[in-house]
Unconditional design. Structure first.
Ligand SMILES: [Zn+2]
Length: 69
């Protein structure tokens, strides 16, 4: 089993090496993940600062109100 940490257009595939039991990391293009994963079961985790942008309220409301007389 492996995990892919995806941040924007960059993915980091991480898994435990079956031969030496050490963590191995591999940069992947998330769009190529289907080809890279092969028979591996991969859990994809999305991270990134863009999530915070959606939480902010619409700033245009305040500025529009300020223009009203
Ligand atoms: Zn190894």
């Amino acid at each position: 089993m492996a995990e892919c940490i995806q941040a924007g257009n960059v993915g980091t595939l991480q898994a435990i090496c079956p031969d030496c039991n050490r963590m191995i990391y591999r940069r992947v293009n998330p769009q190529n993940l289907a080809a890279v994963r092969g028979d591996l079961e991969v859990t994809v985790t999305l991270v990134g600062p863009r999530l915070e942008d959606t939480v902010k309220p619409n700033v245009n409301c305040d500025s529009a109100r300020g223009l009203r007389r």
